[in-house]
Design a protein around this ligand. Structure first.
Ligand SMILES: [Zn+2]
Length: 363
């Protein structure tokens, strides 16, 4: 694949206007408590100790751009930190949260059109509202993708109530970036940073499996889905899904073998190996390997061989779609696509009150 611009599709921003809207709400405290329990005290404390150094990268565009330059990243596609999904919010508040988030992202993209693109936020807990929000951001703010979590409160992504959102996404031709906030394995992962190490990919594995077995990709064959963290463990175990499809009646729910659907899903390369585990690329074809995301907050970013081949697929397509010319010369081919500027908000970091610092995320 020819070299293209170095594009990081997995970077986050922290939006202070959103924090102001949810400050003091009971749902906010409850979610913070849950995330703190899931992450465990050691990881929470560690993230808090790192928080101040991360904050400028999440909130100051100049710091972000300088970090991008330092790493040789041409373009970032920014999305809200998953800690700011706030899916517990009732519709009136949810509308304000999403409006503030999308206006912030649109403003960033408008101010730096040759360096930044953006995924929108939606109120997925209110599917009809989410569909309307998505239409609005695409048609008026010009964003071309949307970030969602791996479930909405207790609903899986294949729940029929979410079909208005999926239908709008398909109709608008946007990319749906699926990124977890925490993992329902909960306190089982509260040590050794397993909440992040295992929790994030495990959560994505479950979400994609619901998406496939639950028939969302059959009902909406034009959907463009991008899964964070290499798609979790699903690509490397897709044979198990196919076997269940073949031998278990309750698993034979789709028009095609489950692994066939992986071919229409993109995966980022945030798995910390020179290549993602081979299945994301091998099982999903050349379009599926996405720019690696380097993680500044908990693991540090690094450059490694191999990521250059990931350029030119999804990220470049975003750039082309926006009719942008990348202003910077692509870096040598051993440069990974990574970011120290935008990755999300680790547990315990944020413009929050100390007693309510939220657990979460990330990497
Ligand atoms: Zn992330």
């Amino acid at each position: 694949m020819a070299d293209g611009p170095a594009i990081d599709i997995h970077t986050h921003v922290l939006i202070l206007d959103v924090e102001a809207l949810v400050s003091g709400h009971e749902g906010r405290h409850a979610e913070a408590a849950r995330q703190a329990a899931w992450n465990g005290p050691e990881s929470i404390a560690r993230n808090r100790s790192l928080g101040e150094s991360y904050r400028p990268k999440l909130t100051d565009p100049a710091v972000r751009l300088a970090a991008m330059d330092a790493m040789g990243v041409d373009i970032q596609v920014v999305s809200t930190s998953p800690t700011q999904y706030y899916y517990w919010a009732e519709a009136p508040l949810a509308e304000k949260v999403v409006a503030a988030a999308n206006e912030h992202i649109a403003k960033l993209v408008t101010a730096h059109p040759d360096r930044l693109d953006g995924f929108a936020a939606v109120s997925l807990q209110h599917p009809q509202l989410a569909a309307e929000q998505l239409r609005h951001v695409v048609r008026t703010l010009g964003l071309k993708g949307v970030e969602i979590s791996t479930r909405t409160n207790e609903l899986e992504l294949a729940d029929p109530s979410l079909d208005p959102f999926w239908a709008a996404s398909e109709d608008l031709g946007v990319v749906v970036f699926i990124h977890p906030l925490g993992c329902s394995l909960g306190e089982r992962l509260d040590s050794y940073y397993l909440s992040n190490v295992i929790g994030n990919p495990a959560e994505t594995t479950v979400a994609l499996s619901h998406l496939i077995f639950g028939g969302v990709l059959d009902r909406h064959p034009g959907l463009q889905v991008c899964a964070a963290h290499g798609g979790g463990y699903l690509p490397m175990c897709s044979g198990r899904s196919d076997n269940a499809f073949n031998v278990r009646p309750e698993s034979r729910t789709t028009a095609k073998s489950p692994s066939e659907y992986l071919r229409q899903i993109w995966f980022d390369a945030l798995v910390y190996t020179p290549h993602p585990a081979s299945p994301p690329r091998g099982a999903s074809g050349t379009q599926s390997g996405l720019p690696r995301h380097g993680l500044p907050f908990r693991y540090g970013h690094r450059r490694s061989a191999g990521a250059a081949q990931d350029r030119g697929s999804f990220g470049c397509r975003l750039a082309r779609d926006s009719r942008r010319q990348c202003s910077r010369t692509p870096q040598p081919t051993d440069m990974t696509i990574s970011s120290s500027t935008g990755h999300g908000l680790p547990a315990g970091i944020g413009p929050l009150q100390p007693q309510e610092r939220i657990g979460a995320h990330h990497g």
